[in-house]
Design a protein around this ligand. Structure first.
Ligand code: NAP
Length: 313
């Protein structure tokens, strides 16, 4: 396993788990908030975004100066489509055209702990190529949804969250590339080995992506008239599809999409399971905040709905 990258993802997962536990502890205190201190205010501002942003109370002016529009989420997917498209082409050339990757890529590769001489199989290389393709398709669909489907309000995100989001998809695609030695194809015949885990991974990916798209359409339709005209920017209770079971089915689908990539890798890629852990805790935190928002705002909110994982959490 590329040790440096694996450690970075483990740290990130641990940070979001710690934030989730801290938030739960603060919420259980008398009064429900984290107190009015600067540290607590900053913590709440860094974990919340969009409709949950004001859940920690009225935000002071100095915090409001550090915000950007939430609709800038679109930029994350533009970066991802460009960067991961570039990596996809490079990996495709390495796999099928026998091209060596650029020297700077090889140097970075070894800097993060990947052994360039390690044993590589065609199936390992093909798995990484497939996962990169799935990641690119995911980013492309999300970009299209941001531009053509979702109706954004005037919600905001912290500038730190914005910078994190910009870097996130660069590191993510790079993590996929790091899973195979990059100089192995040079001068070799290429072959494609389709394995059972590629097929199952792709099926789970398509199933989760379809549900995520449907849920995002449901959210968008809450703000549109029957003719498709945007008539409101407020937040209301979504119904239908997986919303009948959880408050944030699109976050649950996101987790499934990353699990599907772990399956496509052959289920034994430890680095990618650490990425899945990061997505689990990141989306669990966002789902808990969203669930609390709905429960506070709507007295009629369905009692049986969980926050994130059907029947479980
Ligand atoms: N992999 C990761 O690390 C990661 C991190 C974050 C998000 N994501 C993914 O990105 C996607 C979008 O995430 P998100 O946090 O932006 O989702 P979100 O807060 O639910 O927003 C999605 C869209 O629906 C609108 N919306 C949300 N709740 C609504 C309601 N009750 N009534 C009407 N409209 C509503 C939002 O508008 P406004 O918010 O503008 O009001 C926005 O346009 C998700 O699929 C998520 O899984 C992934």
């Amino acid at each position: 396993m590329p040790a440096g990258l694996g450690a970075a993802w483990a740290l990130l997962a641990a940070a979001f788990l710690a934030a989730l536990l801290l938030h739960r502890a603060q919420a259980r205190r008398p009064g429900g908030g984290g107190g009015g201190g600067i540290a607590s205010g900053l913590f709440q501002d860094l974990i919340r975004y969009g409709k949950t942003k004001n859940g920690g109370g009225q935000r002071p002016a100095w915090l409001r100066r550090c915000q950007v529009p939430k609709r800038w989420f679109t930029h994350f997917y533009i970066v991802s489509v460009l960067w991961n498209g570039f990596l996809l082409i490079k990996l495709f050339q390495a796999k099928f055209l026998g091209a060596a990757l650029a020297l700077w890529m090889q140097q970075l590769h070894s800097a993060f702990g990947r052994d360039l001489q390690s044993q590589n199989t065609d199936s390992e290389h093909f798995s990484a190529l497939l996962v990169l393709l799935l990641l690119w398709l995911h980013s492309f669909r999300r970009l299209a949804e941001c531009l053509c489907t979702s109706v954004f309000s005037n919600g905001v995100i912290h500038v730190v969250q914005y910078c994190f989001g910009l870097g996130y998809y660069i590191v993510l695609g790079t993590t996929v590339l790091w899973q195979v030695p990059i100089n192995v194809r040079h001068g070799k015949e290429s072959s494609v080995q389709i394995c059972w885990y590629h097929v199952i991974g792709i099926v789970v990916y398509i199933w989760a992506s379809l549900h995520q798209h449907r849920c995002l359409v449901i959210l968008a339709n809450l703000r549109k008239s029957k003719s498709g005209k945007v008539v409101s920017l407020s937040h209301s209770i979504p119904f239908g599809d997986w919303f009948e079971r959880v408050s944030c089915p699109h976050y649950f689908a996101e987790l499934l999409i990353y699990v599907s990539m772990a399956i496509t890798f052959g289920l034994d890629n430890v680095t990618w399971w650490l990425v899945v852990m990061y997505v689990l805790f990141n989306q669990a935190l966002a789902a808990v905040l969203c669930h609390e928002f709905y429960q506070t705002k709507f007295t009629s909110y369905p009692k049986h709905r969980k926050a994130f994982i059907p029947f479980v959490f």
